[in-house]
Design a protein. Structure first.
Length: 332
C-alpha cells in the first residue's frame, strides 16, 4: 500500500445517468436535482439523488472517482465504495419530526464503519437536510436538531471536534437527511480554519444547543495529487452573518472568506505548502435561497471565479435563516 496515491476527484456531469462504460474507478454518483432516492448500489456503483434544487435544468451529477479500482458494499445502512486508501460513503435517514437521535445514530455508524474498514480519517462530509429552517416537533429548528445529534455522536465515540473535516450543512426539499462522506486510511488530512471566522465548534449558544462541528477546509492526500476541500462558506465574519438582506454583499464576503482560507498565508499557518486564489477553486456548488437572487449571484461569481471552473447553482435553503447564499468548492 502506498500513501502517495492521489486523492479522489469529482466531475460534474450534466446528465442524470452518465455512461460509466465499466469504469472500475467510480466511487459513486451523487445526483442533484428535483427529487430524492434511497441510497443504492447499482451494478456495484453507489448512487443517490438529493433534492437540492427546484428546476430540472439545474440538475447535474457529481461523479466521484478514485485512482484505483474500487470495491463496494453496504453495512448498517451505509453504502460505501473504497480503495486501499480512500473510502466514500452515503447514508440517509428518513423525513421525521425529530432528527437528533437518527443523526446521532447516522454519525455513530459512520465513525464505526470508518474504523472497522480501516479508513478512520474523515476528510469531507456533505449533509443535505430537508426542511433545514423549519421547526421540528419540539419547536427546535431542524438544523439545530441535526447539530445536537451530530454532537452527541462525537461525544459517544470520543471524537475531538477539531478532527471533524470540511463540511456542508445545507437544505434539501425532501428526503430527510442524506450524509455523503469521504475518508482516508492515512496520509495527510489537515484541517484548516479561517482567521476571520470563528471555529464552528466555538459558536456561542445563540446558534443552537450544540454547535456545528466542521473545519473551514481540509487538505487531503499527498503534496502532489492532494486536494483541498473547501466547506460551504457564507457571509459570516466572527460568528455573525454580515450584509443582512444583501445577497451581493453576502456573496462577496463568502468569496473573500474562501480566498482567505485557500491563500498561502493561511495554508502556511496550518503547515500546508503552497497557496491558491479564487481562480484555482473548481467544482463549486453555489446554494441560493431565493430564486430571484440567481442573477446577482451569478454575476458576482462570474467576476471572481475562473471562467473554466465547473459551477452548479442550486436553489435551496441554508443553515441559518439570514444567510442568502453559500459556496463550496475544491482545489486540486
Ligand atoms: C456556517 O458557516 C454556515 O453544519 O456541517 C456551513 C458548512 C454551515 C457546514 C455544517 C454548516 C455546516 O456556520 C453553515
Amino acid at each position: 500500500m502506498s500513501a502517495l496515491v492521489a486523492a479522489p476527484f469529482c466531475r460534474f456531469e450534466k446528465t442524470g445517468s452518465p455512461d460509466l462504460d465499466g469504469d472500475e474507478t467510480v466511487l459513486g454518483l451523487i445526483e442533484h436535482g428535483t427529487g430524492h432516492t434511497d441510497v443504492s448500489l447499482v451494478d456495484g456503483v453507489l448512487r443517490t439523488a438529493v433534492h437540492t434544487t427546484t428546476r430540472e435544468d439545474e440538475a447535474f451529477t457529481e461523479v466521484w472517482h478514485a485512482r484505483r479500482p474500487v470495491e463496494s458494499g453496504t453495512d448498517d445502512g451505509i453504502a460505501w465504495a473504497r480503495t486501499d486508501e480512500y473510502l466514500f460513503g452515503v447514508v440517509r435517514t428518513a423525513e421525521s419530526g425529530r432528527y437528533a437521535d437518527a443523526t446521532a445514530s447516522l454519525y455513530t455508524r459512520i465513525f464505526e464503519l470508518t474504523r472497522s474498514l480501516g479508513h478512520p480519517l474523515l476528510a469531507r462530509t456533505w449533509n443535505y437536510v430537508s426542511g433545514i429552517n423549519r421547526a421540528n416537533a419540539d419547536g427546535l429548528e431542524v438544523y439545530q436538531d441535526f447539530c445536537v445529534g451530530r454532537a452527541r455522536a462525537l461525544d459517544a465515540a470520543g471524537v475531538d471536534p477539531a478532527t471533524m473535516p470540511a463540511a456542508t450543512g445545507i437544505g434539501a426539499h425532501g428526503g430527510g437527511i442524506t450524509c455523503v462522506f469521504l475518508a482516508a486510511r492515512g496520509g495527510d488530512r489537515i484541517n484548516i480554519e479561517n482567521p476571520g471566522v470563528l471555529t464552528a465548534h466555538h459558536y456561542p449558544a445563540e446558534y443552537g444547543p450544540r454547535p456545528p462541528v466542521f473545519a473551514r477546509a481540509t487538505q487531503l492526500g499527498p503534496p502532489d495529487g492532494g486536494r483541498l476541500f473547501v466547506s460551504a462558506t457564507a457571509g459570516i465574519l466572527g460568528h455573525e452573518t454580515v450584509r443582512l438582506g444583501d445577497v451581493t454583499g453576502q456573496c462577496e464576503v463568502a468569496l473573500d472568506n474562501i480566498a482567505r482560507v485557500v491563500g498561502a498565508e493561511n495554508l502556511r499557518r496550518h503547515g500546508v505548502a503552497g497557496g491558491h486564489t479564487l481562480a484555482d477553486v473548481d467544482h463549486l456548488k453555489v446554494y441560493i435561497r431565493h430564486r430571484e437572487h440567481f442573477e446577482a449571484v451569478r454575476r458576482v461569481c462570474a467576476a471572481r471565479l475562473s471562467n473554466t471552473a465547473d459551477i452548479a447553482f442550486l436553489h435551496t435553503d441554508i443553515a441559518r435563516e439570514n444567510l442568502l447564499v453559500e459556496i463550496e468548492g475544491m482545489v486540486s
